[in-house]
Design a protein around this ligand. Structure first.
Ligand code: UDX
Ligand code: UDX
Length: 447
């Protein structure tokens, strides 16, 4: 079947860029992105400089496609019924209460989306899981769809997203692979083919991998866990390097030149952040425990332990320095986003490192080129670990120049390009480069 109308539920970091790229590459398909957040939809329809998601290259595509074949709307039911294919791209945070709290994925948004799809559909639909979900979720979605509507046929596909924030558009243009999981029944295979036909418009066919639904679901969790594992591996070695006078950059380069290992994802850092890695590993751990694979659960948990260790290690390094030189309890954090080129701070190491300092009564100066001050405050309030009133302990700065005037130790937490312009001669004695982006091995500290 040639799909002509798509609806995507969830206008966030994944849903919106993905649909924008499909709209650009498939001018013959009309796409409506819906969201329960009315304000967010208003922003997607508003001035191009205030879109709700910052992603390099995104606004240019929105300008080309918006109101031509890409629409943002709050009319969820109508948009679903008008479409032949519906993507679910809502968020799936870690569960906060009930069975599996703190580990399992909270599927309530996915489940309520499935209910809404069932109730709004008057014709057959292909439902595509875009959100990262625990293996066998498609079964649950199917159950909800069929229980709430037995007059139309639903096919459920899994098409996990592999885009990384900050390079989402590039990743969508040139995906390493597109993974599509579906049932091996006649209608399942035909649904898979409809989605293949969409991607075929710009992705070479040999990069489109069709598999069973469970493999697709699990591959996404496993890919993220393996990537995060590489970061924890290199970060764990950074601690050993400091004890042995080895240089982590040299070790990383030497390891990466083995083509069986490869150079990517071996950059030392203050720990990985972002909305996916921690959540997906917790999810994997929970799955393993569910199937009584406790040793395997513990193995993956270790990746998270190292990540937490790296964050507290940073606090200890700076705190020891400050005590040693009897300095004022004040630090400056350069970068709040979990990596460069995004305004997203979910699970950013800056939050965790800052909270260690706040607990010890430090004053914290913060500057990030993209993350808004309100968001930074929200992040800290969410972790609820301040010793005094938060407002008295944090100061915001809106330029690199202003924050460096404070004279306190400068902690490079995000690898923003503009931080490379820091004057290493002038500030060298107080720069802690936790991303190793500056070319000066004589800084106060680099990994
Ligand atoms: C995505 C994925 O979907 C998630 O599974 C993955 O692991 C991380 O990335 P993301 O796009 O980053 O999530 O989330 P977010 O930016 O929060 O966007 C989700 C959107 O869905 C929000 O705008 C939210 O308002 C919307 N939503 C949520 C709905 O429209 N309906 C709901 O029922 C719930
Ligand atoms: C990740 C996956 O890369 C992507 O394929 C998946 O679809 C979603 O999850 P994302 O979380 O957007 O994407 O960012 P990513 O580039 O993977 O970075 C995650 C974290 O790891 C960041 O905090 C980053 O700074 C850190 N990182 C990355 C390192 O510390 N060292 C590295 O070598 C690479």
């Amino acid at each position: 079947m040639g799909i002509k109308r798509i609806c995507c539920i969830g206008a966030g970091y994944v849903g919106a860029p993905t649909m924008a790229v499909i709209a650009l590459k498939c001018p013959h398909i009309d796409i409506t992105v819906v969201d329960i957040d009315i304000e967010k939809i208003k922003k997607w329809n508003g001035p191009i400089e205030h879109l709700p998601v910052y992603e390099p290259g995104l606004s240019e595509i929105i300008l080309k496609t918006r109101d031509k074949n890409l629409f943002f709307s709050n009319e969820i039911e109508n948009s679903i019924d008008n479409a032949e294919m519906i993507f679910i791209a809502v968020n799936t945070p870690t569960k906060l209460s009930g069975e599996g709290a703190g580990m399992a994925a909270d599927l309530s948004y996915v489940e309520s989306s499935a209910k809404t799809i069932a109730k709004s559909s008057k014709s057959d639909k292909i439902v595509v899981e875009k959100s990262t979900l625990p293996v066998r979720t498609a079964e649950k979605i199917k159950e909800i769809l069929n229980k709430n509507n037995n007059s139309v046929n639903f096919e459920v596909l899994s098409n996990p997203e592999f885009l990384a924030e900050g390079t989402a558009i590039e990743d969508l243009f040139k995906s390493d692979r597109v993974l599509i999981g579906g049932d091996k029944t006649k209608s399942g295979l035909s649904a898979v083919q409809s989605l293949v036909n969409i991607y075929k418009n710009w992705i070479p066919i040999d990069k489109i991998l069709t598999v069973n639904v469970w493999s697709a679901e699990l591959s996404k969790l496993a890919s993220n866990a393996m990537l995060a594992q590489r970061i924890s591996s290199i970060n764990s070695l950074s601690a050993l390097c400091k004890k042995t006078d080895a240089d982590i950059e040299e070790v990383s380069k030497a390891i990466g030149m083995d083509k069986r290992i490869g150079t990517e994802f071996l950059k030392v850092s203050p720990g990985f952040g972002g909305s996916c890695f921690k959540k997906d590993i917790l999810n994997l751990v929970y799955l393993c425990q569910h199937y009584d694979l406790n040793e395997i659960a513990d193995y993956w948990k270790g990746v998270l332990t190292i990540n937490d260790f790296q964050r507290s290690r940073i606090f200890n390094i700076v705190n020891t320095f400050i005590k040693k030189y009897n300095l004022k309890k004040e630090i400056s954090i350069l970068g709040w986003a979990f990596k460069k080129n995004t305004d997203d701070s979910r699970e950013s190491s800056s939050i965790y490192v800052a909270s260690h300092f706040l607990k010890e009564g430090y004053i914290i100066n913060i500057y990030d080129p993209k993350v808004k001050n309100d968001q930074i405050k929200k992040d800290l309030v969410m972790l609820k670990h301040t010793s005094k009133d938060l407002n008295q302990q944090i100061n915001f700065f809106n330029s690199l120049e202003l924050i460096t005037n404070t004279k306190s130790p400068l902690l490079i937490m995000t690898e923003w390009d503009e931080f490379k312009s820091l004057n290493t001669n002038k500030h060298k004695l107080r720069i802690f480069d936790f991303r190793n982006i500056l070319n000066n091995s004589k800084l106060t500290y680099r990994f």
